[in-house]
Design a protein around this ligand. Structure first.
Ligand code: CA
Length: 233
């Protein structure tokens, strides 16, 4: 899956420049010009990384960052904050609000790209691994095989993709809509209850009715793969 980066920046020239360079690096890019619009868009679709300008019309970058950190779906979203020179004294506040990194304008594009790659690696080492492991569950992407406690597990293609998607992002809570988007694709219309059906099948296959269930149902929010599950075993 291609990593998706959202850029929230009201200087249009900079926004265009960032889109061009991030796309050239192979990322999918969403550009958003206002803080309030970004807040709405991020409820529909969560990127793999967010580049967030400090000063924005609508809702400021720092306020948006604070709000994102309060929602379970985005509390771990990797965020790089852009600040203008002179706002540097505010950096500490930026990091305290929950940004993972910050970069001071004017910055060099290669520098920003290096930070983006570093943060993605740090945040999602699973995205580049061949074998994903959580607790006693192992998923081999090359062989497309899943096992638990060394015993092979048969999964349908949808359950496999669902498990892979969740294992790539342990601990993150996904709404049914986000799972549909990430696992089935955004251009297909499928009822959200379909997600429940496939999560049910996946649970049945990996738990066999007797092992600890690593899939957490978050009431009113959706599903997550419990990242504490590995440590409990
Ligand atoms: Ca700005």
């Amino acid at each position: 899956m291609v990593p998706r980066v959202a850029v929230v920046e009201d200087e249009e020239a900079l926004s265009v420049l960032l889109r061009y360079n991030l796309e050239a690096e192979g990322f999918e890019v969403d550009t958003i010009l206002r803080g309030d619009e970004a807040e709405l868009r991020l409820q529909e679709r969560i990127p793999d990384l967010l580049i967030l300008d400090w000063m924005l019309p609508g809702v400021s970058g720092i306020e948006l960052c604070r709000r994102l950190r309060m929602r379970p779906e985005t509390e771990r979203l990797p965020i790089i904050m852009l600040t203008a020179r002179g706002e540097e004294s505010e950096k500490v506040r930026g990091l305290a609000t929950g940004a993972d990194d910050y970069i001071v304008k004017p910055f060099s594009v290669p520098e920003l790209l290096a930070r983006v790659r570093a943060l993605l690696r740090r945040a999602n080492p699973e995205r580049v691994a061949t074998i994903l492991t959580i607790g006693d569950i192992e998923l081999d992407r090359e062989k497309k095989r899943v096992s638990r406690n060394g015993r092979p597990i048969d999964l349908g293609p949808t359950e496999y993709r669902l498990l892979e998607f969740l294992m790539e992002r342990p601990g993150r809570v996904f709404s049914r809509e986000q799972l549909l988007d990430g696992v089935w694709g955004s251009d297909i219309y499928i009822d959200e209850r379909t997600v429940d059906v496939h999560v049910g099948r996946l649970r049945k296959a990996i738990n066999r009715g007797q092992q600890a269930d690593p899939i957490r149902t978050v009431r009113g929010a959706g599903y997550a793969l419990d990242d504490r599950f590995g440590r409990m075993n």
